[in-house]
Write a protein that binds this ligand. Structure first.
Ligand code: PLP
Length: 239
């Protein structure tokens, strides 16, 4: 099958599963945004164009350097892409990628919050939007704030002027079975609900970025408003 057709088919299948899971939990089918994780593709891969041809404009990248290269490549084509930084963001990459990123999913330290805030100010950019990454499974290999510390982070956020926090992001535990994953997603949603009344003005808890190829239906059922799906979209495609 040709790449364009295969990707369009894969996209429809993923979107159908998203609406199905949303409806089953009493939510509107369009209440969930699909971020297509394009980190597996080279910038000039046809599959990138296939995603855009299918009107998939929210693209997620893990490495800041790759996001930058792709954003520069596609900016020449005046594309409608919204880039999502979903992987670890090193402080020395912040200045370069900020002008290109619509949402940083992976804010995992007070230092990173402060660095983003300072650089947005220095560069006179519009306020940066981000999510706080939560280490919900407690895996030692996972990044993110511990749910217990997050309350102190709100204090830091309240002092920042150039950043807007829109919600939380999490990844389920590497070794968690489905039942535990579902519990981790539910725990992240409950944490967001608990933080809502405590948030300073530049912070709200309306976005929940959770769920990947092998668990996004569970995440949607537990309240995800953004899912980050990669490998499933490229199923059956040769790179
Ligand atoms: C790679 C990645 C994804 C997508 O994972 P798939 O299993 O390919 O769907 C989602 N979120 C993050 C943070 C990632 O690094």
């Amino acid at each position: 099958m040709d790449k364009f057709k295969q990707i369009a088919d894969n996209l429809s299948a993923v979107k159908a599963k998203i609406s199905d899971a949303a409806l089953r939990s009493g939510r509107a089918a369009d209440s969930v945004t699909l971020v297509a994780v394009s980190k597996y593709l080279k910038k000039d891969d046809d599959a990138m164009h296939a995603l855009l041809a299918a009107e998939c404009y929210d693209l997620g990248e893990s490495r800041p350097q790759t996001l930058l290269e792709k954003a520069e490549y596609f900016s020449k084509q005046k594309s409608k892409i919204r880039w999502h930084q979903i992987g670890s963001l090193q402080k020395n990459k912040v200045r370069k990628i900020l002008p290109h990123v619509s949402l940083v999913h992976s804010i995992d330290s007070a230092e990173l919050l402060e660095t983003i805030d300072r650089i947005v100010g220095e560069e006179s950019l519009p306020p940066a939007h981000g999510l706080l990454e939560i280490n919900i499974s407690g895996d030692v290999t996972k990044r993110g704030f511990s749910p217990r510390d997050i309350i102190f982070v709100l204090e830091t956020i309240s002092k920042l002027r150039h950043i807007r926090i829109d919600g939380l992001m999490c990844m389920s535990g590497l070794y968690s079975a489905n039942k535990e994953r579902r519990e981790e997603f539910a725990a992240t949603r409950r944490l967001a609900e608990k933080l809502t009344p405590l948030c300073p003005n530049n912070c709200r808890m309306t976005k929940l970025s959770m769920g990947m190829s092998d668990d996004f239906p569970l995440a949607v059922q537990e309240g995800a408003t953004i899912v980050r799906v990669g490998s499933l979209l490229f199923d059956g495609i040769k790179f």
